[in-house]
Design a protein around this ligand. Structure first.
Ligand SMILES: Cc1cc2nc3c(=O)[nH]c(=O)nc-3n(C[C@H](O)[C@H](O)[C@H](O)COP(=O)(O)OP(=O)(O)OC[C@H]3O[C@@H](n4cnc5c(N)ncnc54)[C@H](O)[C@@H]3O)c2cc1C
Length: 555
């Protein structure tokens, strides 16, 4: 401790001791060996991630994350004269974080020429979730809207160029006059979110365009420049539309009704909105709305599968820092055998989520192999197989990684004792955030049913998945036996009521298959022993025989 800190630790009544020092500047790339290894194996772009990691890890950006969370967005419905504004005002820290994301290429990289764009994007999702998860929502939706807009075409063409711009432009203006644009998604209505066919918003033809009337029960990032949405066309069925927020000379008729008072995700405004004869353009075929917008959901799912890995990493990094700086019963917490068992056990869920998420992102880039550097000739499976794998594997990753996220963060919080419950640490924010990525873009049950549907309808997805599972065979007998047992238990698809059990096992096996091929021995061995072969109690740390030194060193 230097003199300056020591001086300020002497408070007159007592001296401050045994409180870990502030973490200070960090680097979310240089200090994360596991990320570097898995990102490289997934073909991500190192330089972009190194820059983004150094920026986000700085003490200044961490402070911005705290500020953006502390100062919730404010709904401003009218101006001083009572004219409608329908705007949301955010703290400057929120804008600063969003600008950092857009300028790093978070939403744009995957759609540029350079290879590994989706893997790089996925790693950025992981990085930003460690600092401020709320801004990940508008960044994710802008990234995900691109393929739908590109395929369907939107009148007033600058949209594609604006949403892949590296400039963040929050000004209130039509897209033609902006340097960059963001896009949101408004699907969920009061009567049903998973069952989108229950949507009642109506669309009426108006020349080349349409006019929408109805409500949307959840619409996050309502200051986006445009939204993908669904509405019923008279006699034509549920159809996908693009609704610009600003028109030349006037506001489009999108009314913000109120902002949700949410458990977490505080920096991100989530609104209830109404379309009051709002101008909209049709995307895709009439009556094929779900089929059109599902392309966007396919991409938002990648982010929701990757985000929990970032949240877990942030919680574990803080827990480790705390345990290294805190002594109890004459010994640092990090040296207490039971604390080591808990932390080491948590590492397994975090690294599994990280490794699987990036493997899935690699498939989004249209590349399935090779499974590990030097493992043999690159796999030449066509893009179609990669896409089929991405479709099924993203659902497995989203389900399992998010279900693990809540208990991991809760246990990491407990490692800080009472301070884990206090807002001076990031733990309460991370805990509040931990259930969210499981709920949106297909809640747990819906994802499990989607896995069954994909396996039933897309035989290629099942084939490529089996190939991926088989690729890890022959290394660990416990894994081989568990894979055989899964196939024997479910020779075909399970009954719907067993879908969670089936999907959980499949996700654990898939995670193990990636770790066996891509992670250090201590991680793969620990994961197979505890999660695959079941040498573990129900709770974190109820383990024995883990290589705690190697596992804790991964954090
Ligand atoms: C913070 C936040 C922000 C959001 N932002 C947006 C946004 O920007 N745009 C948007 O469109 N939506 C948004 N949503 C909404 C979100 O996508 C939905 O809440 C979600 O899709 C679930 O829909 P629901 O709430 O209607 O629940 P329901 O569809 O009623 O589902 C309730 C539960 O039933 C389960 N379930 C459903 N069907 C079955 C079945 N067949 N068998 C068994 N179980 C089933 C589900 O898994 C879920 O657990 C947001 C939600 C939150 C919390």
């Amino acid at each position: 401790m230097n003199d300056e800190l020591k001086a300020s630790s002497d408070l007159g009544t007592h001296e401050v001791t045994n409180q870990p020092l502030p973490a200070g500047d960090g680097d979310l790339w240089a200090q994360d060996e596991a990320l570097r290894a898995h990102a490289r194996q997934a073909g991500a772009q190192d330089a972009a991630l190194a820059d983004f990691g150094a920026l986000l890890g700085s003490a200044g950006m961490r402070a911005a994350g705290r500020e953006a969370n502390r100062h919730s967005p404010e709904l401003v419905l009218f101006d001083a004269g009572g004219r409608r504004l329908d705007e949301v005002r955010y703290h400057p820290a929120y804008h600063r974080l969003l600008a950092a994301g857009f300028s790093a290429g978070y939403a744009a990289l995957p759609w540029e020429e350079a290879p590994g764009g989706h893997a790089t994007h996925a790693a950025m999702v992981y990085q930003i979730n460690q600092i401020e998860p709320g801004v990940a929502c508008p960044l994710c939706m802008t990234y995900s809207a691109y393929p739908v807009l590109r395929r369907s075409g939107v009148p007033g063409e600058p949209w594609l160029a604006r949403i892949t711009s590296r400039e963040y432009d929050p000004s209130v203006a039509p897209v033609q006059r902006k340097k960059g644009a963001s896009v949101g998604m408004a699907m969920t209505e009061k009567q049903g979110g998973s069952d989108l066919r229950a949507n009642t918003t109506r669309a009426r033809r108006d020349g080349e365009a349409f006019r929408l009337t109805g409500h949307k029960w959840f619409c996050s990032a309502p200051m986006s420049d445009g939204f993908l949405t669904l509405a019923q066309v008279d006699g034509g069925g549920l159809t996908c539309f693009f609704v610009p927020r600003w028109l030349e000379g006037e506001r489009n008729a999108i009314r913000l009704m109120r902002l949700k008072d949410k458990l977490g995700n505080r920096s991100n405004a989530s609104a209830e909105i109404e379309f009051a004869d709002a101008l909209a353009w049709q995307l895709g075929e009439e009556g094929r709305g779900v089929r059109t917008i599902i392309e966007m959901v396919h991409h938002t799912r990648l982010d929701t599968a990757m985000a929990p890995a970032g949240l877990m990493r942030a919680a574990l990094a803080r827990a480790k820092h705390w345990c290294e700086g805190r002594v109890a019963f004459q010994k640092r917490l990090i040296d207490q055998p039971l604390m080591r068992a808990v932390l080491a056990d948590l590492v397994l869920d975090w690294e599994a989520a990280l490794a699987l998420g990036l493997r899935v992102a690699q498939a989004y880039d249209g590349r399935l192999g090779p499974a590990a550097p030097g493992e043999g000739a690159p796999d030449r499976r066509p893009q179609e197989a990669a896409r089929a794998f991405a479709r099924i594997a993203v659902a497995l990753a989203k389900f399992n990684s998010n279900k693990r996220c809540v208990p991991v963060i809760y246990e990491a919080m407990e490692a800080l004792g009472g301070m884990g419950f206090v807002e001076d640490t990031p733990m309460p924010m991370l805990f509040r955030e931990s259930p969210l990525n499981s709920i949106w873009e297909g809640s747990g049950n819906v994802i499990c049913l989607d896995v069954l549907r994909t396996l039933a309808r897309e035989p290629l997805a099942g084939e490529v998945l089996q190939g991926e599972l088989a690729a890890a065979r022959g290394v660990d007998r416990r894994y081989d036996a568990a894979l055989r047992a899964h196939q024997a238990r479910w020779p075909g698809l399970p009954d719907e009521s067993e879908a969670r059990w089936f999907v959980e096992r499949l996700a654990v096996l898939l995670s193990a298959s990636v770790l066996i091929r891509r992670a250090p021995g201590a991680v793969a061995d620990g994961y197979v022993a505890t999660r695959v072969a079941g040498a573990r109690g129900q709770l974190a740390g109820a383990v024995s025989g883990l290589d705690t030194a190697a596992l804790i060193a991964r954090i």
